[in-house]
Structures are given as C-alpha cells and as structure tokens.
Design a protein around this ligand. Structure first.
Ligand SMILES: Nc1ncnc2c1ncn2[C@@H]1O[C@H](COP(=O)(O)OP(=O)(O)O)[C@@H](O)[C@H]1O
Ligand SMILES: [Mg+2]
Length: 252
C-alpha cells in the first residue's frame, strides 16, 4: 500500500545561535488532519522549531517539506501563502488599533484574496465574525476596544483569530494557553477542537500537559534541542529520558 505523503516533513533540522544549538537534528512527520503536541522544558528549542518551520529563522542545516515541496529557508510570507499559519508565544498586536482592525494584516493577505476568488469582501464583517468565533462577545463590543486595553486572554484569542483568518491548512500554536486561567483555557479548547474537526492540521506547543494530552494524537518531546520522544501521550510519558528531562522542572 502506498503511504500518503505527509503534510509536513522535517528532516535533520538544526539551528545554532553562536555556540548554542537551539534545535539539533530534529526529524518528524505530520499527517494531514493530525494534532501534534510538542512539549519540552524551557529553552528546549520549541519556539525555534516553530520559527524554522514558518521561515522566521533560517536553519543551519536540515530540510522542511510541506505538501512534498521543499520550503526550507523560504520567507515567512511565502510560507503563509502555502497555508501555514502560526500564533506567537509573545503577543505583539498593534496596541493603538481596535482589536478588529488588528485583523487587517491577515485579511488583506494575497492568500485570503486568492481563496476568496480575487475579492476581499467586507473585511470588517469577517474580522468581527472571526473574533466572535474565538470568544469576543458581540454584545460587549469588546472587538472595538483598542488592543492595548485588552487583558492577556483576549490578546491570545486575537492571536488565534489572526491565524484562523489566513484559512490555513496547518496551524501552529506556540503556547497559546500560557498566561491564561483554567477557565479561559477550557473555553478555548473547543475552538481548537472545531478547527481540527474542519480538517485543519494542528501543532500545539504547550506547557499544560493535561489539556494537551486530552486533545493531541501524538506528543513530540524536545530536550536541549533534541527530539527525545515521539508517540502517543501515555507512551511518551513512560519514557525514561522524558521522565529525566522533566525531573525537577516545571510542567504545569
Ligand atoms: N535569536 C536567538 N539568538 C540566540 N539564542 C537564541 C535565539 N532564540 C533562541 N535562542 C536560544 O535557543 C534555545 C532555545 O530557545 P527556544 O526555542 O525559545 O526554547 P523554548 O521555546 O523551548 O523555550 C535557548 O537556549 C535560547 O536562549
Ligand atoms: Mg518558546
């Protein structure tokens, strides 16, 4: 039987910053529709791996293939147009603009125009719909407030809405839940499950293991830039090297 081509294939990916090897010879594959969780102690290379896949950082060596196309070292805007969207661990909205106006950048992207058949349509309406979808309650008019006045929970939701606006095939969430309360996390989980139900492939970097293990198909573990495990959650947590990596480190 022919194996389907993986949506994403990372081979021997390595990035060194001077003397620090942030990501070291990491390889993995991701099938269409899969939800992959990536965990690892602070500084283990998770964000660098996201930056390598999305073009924000160029690899020292190794390869990134998407839909059987070599996208290694491509510029972020080109990678976005291929259908890969991401959120940032450190949010950086346009603080002076209303939340819904922050949606302009993705909604004006060539990808969105192309998918909409050459027309952008009423972007403000689309922005407000997307924000409602991620939990900006219509009645409270919170989407009209300047981003700088919004608490972290809304800024993280805005990050998610911006990524969703690109109509991605693969969405990468870098610690979307960090800085959020348990109640906020609980209200965002169904949005992620909905994306997955729509067939979107998802990579989630997460410190909240309980929430992650509940929704992920597979967990990949990084430690000091190296992949030390990759498999079903229960299996991965039984691995001696994973236990060792997490001994004495914060996992909540
Ligand atoms: N732009 C950079 N310049 C120098 N060192 C970096 C840079 N980005 C990340 N690093 C280093 O690479 C390592 C991995 O960082 P990072 O990918 O942010 O880890 P994580 O997201 O798992 O916390 C850390 O030692 C970090 O200090
Ligand atoms: Mg990080």
């Amino acid at each position: 039987m022919n194996q389907p081509i993986p949506l994403l294939k990372v081979s021997g990916l390595t990035k060194s910053f001077g003397g620090v090897i942030a990501v070291s010879n990491v390889s993995f594959e991701l099938k269409e529709g899969e939800l992959l969780g990536i965990i690892g102690p602070n500084g283990s290379g998770k964000t660098t791996l996201v930056n390598l896949v999305t073009g924000f950082v160029k690899p020292t060596s190794g390869k990134v293939e998407y839909n059987n196309k070599d996208i290694t070292g491509w510029a972020p805007y080109k990678i976005v147009s291929m259908g890969i969207a991401r959120t940032f661990q450190m949010v950086r909205p346009f603080y002076q603009l209303p939340a819904y106006k922050n949606m302009i950048v993705p909604l004006y992207s060539p990808r969105v125009k192309k998918l909409a058949g050459g027309k952008y349509g009423d972007r403000d309406a689309v922005a407000l719909d997307l924000l409602e979808e991620v939990g900006f309650e219509r009645d409270s008019h919170v989407a009209y407030k300047v981003a700088g006045s919004l608490p972290q929970g809304y800024l993280k939701r805005l990050e998610l809405a911006k990524a969703m606006a690109l109509r991605p095939d693969l969405i990468i969430l870098d610690e979307l839940f960090s800085g959020l309360s348990l109640a906020e996390v609980a209200s965002i989980v169904p949005i992620i499950e909905k994306l997955r139900f729509q067939g979107i492939t998802i990579i989630m970097i997460e410190h909240r293991l309980k929430e992650l293990f509940r929704i992920a198909d597979r967990i990949l573990v990084l430690n000091y830039g190296e992949k030390i495990a990759d498999g079903p959650g229960e299996e991965v947590m039984e691995s001696e090297s994973v236990k060792k990596a997490y001994l004495g480190s914060e996992t909540d």
